[in-house]
Design a protein around this ligand. Structure first.
Ligand SMILES: [Zn+2]
Ligand SMILES: [Zn+2]
Length: 308
């Protein structure tokens, strides 16, 4: 999500795989391109004029997980499962059940009491995303390098030490479940820390807008109470959007974890698209503090520069 130039790798920019799905039957590619800027590194730009309210593109999560306080959330797509047939739970539809079968079967083989206790006592939510990704790698649903393209957070020694405990518990759960060594060869301490470091600054908290959708178009950011979050998810393309305290785009979720990027105002061709990572209604000092602590950068947007 956040980009600081010293951590950039250039290999991504030689590729354009995001748009490779453009075939005769697929929808047209989104009106954006990812490029490099002098000041903030990776950034997303409009390739044509986009009108206020337009859907710029949608994005499915690379990995997602429901929050422990959202028992009705589909275990696959985070949609509400309250009105679904009992036999499908914890999934919302047969489709979600089928597409999750691989990693769900892996997960069900293991005992997660110790790992879940560790997360609960430390108030951690992101290790659940690592667990989900690990199960997806084991089942063949994802590559172990799925999140490598994202920028990692800078970690303190204290953070790394806490992560090590989570790693041991995760690995133990798989070994005790007799998952073959060759299937968890990728699951090293370094892999666990690398993944978590990326999740830390790239995960989105998912709040479903549902019927409130139209109202959200007029607000700068979907500030729904934290308790309402149905889960967390990591995306690739949405993570390349830089931050602005007065953004021209925002990201919303309607019924499930599929993200929708919408234009908040008219955007010119070539203009950079930015979203707000935090609650834009906070005052300047609070925003700066949050952005620095959470994402490791100082915001130089025009609102911040003007002391607004
Ligand atoms: Zn679902
Ligand atoms: Zn700012």
């Amino acid at each position: 999500m956040v980009v600081t130039p010293f951590l950039l790798t250039r290999r991504f920019f030689k590729t354009s795989f995001y748009f490779s799905f453009s075939t005769a039957t697929a929808p047209p590619p989104p009106p954006i391109r990812v490029g490099l800027t002098e000041s903030v590194g990776r950034a997303v730009f409009a390739t044509r004029r986009i009108a206020a309210g337009d859907l710029i593109h949608t994005a499915s999560p690379a990995v997602c997980h429901p929050s422990t306080t959202a028992p009705a959330a589909c275990y696959s797509c985070l949609a509400n499962t309250n009105s679904r047939p009992q036999q499908l739970l914890p999934f919302c539809t047969q489709h979600c059940h089928q597409r999750s079968k691989g990693y769900y079967d892996v997960e069900m083989k293991a005992n997660w009491v110790a790992f879940d206790d560790y997360c609960r006592t430390h108030g951690l939510k992101y290790p659940f995303l690592v667990k989900r990704l690990a199960c997806m790698v084991i089942s063949g649903d994802a590559g172990s390098d799925t999140l490598d393209i994202l920028q990692p957070a800078n970690l303190t020694l204290e953070m790394v030490l806490q992560m090590e405990e989570g790693f041991v518990l995760l690995r133990n759960a798989f070994t005790k479940a007799l998952i073959a060594d060759e299937h968890i060869a990728f699951l090293t301490k370094q892999w666990y820390i690398n993944v978590l470091a990326r999740i830390r600054i790239n995960a989105f908290r998912i709040d479903l807008a549902g019927g409130l959708y139209e109202d959200l178009l007029s607000s700068a950011v979907a500030t729904v109470k934290a308790e309402a979050a149905v889960g967390n998810a990591v995306y690739i393309l949405p993570s390349f959007y830089n931050h602005d305290c007065d953004p021209n785009a925002h990201i919303i979720w309607i019924d499930n974890a599929d993200a929708k990027l919408k234009a908040l105002r008219d955007i010119d061709e070539g203009e950079e698209l930015r979203i707000c990572y935090i609650d834009a209604s906070l005052h300047r000092d609070a925003r700066q503090e949050l952005l620095f602590r959470g994402f490791g950068f100082q915001c130089n947007c025009s609102r911040c520069l003007h002391g607004d």
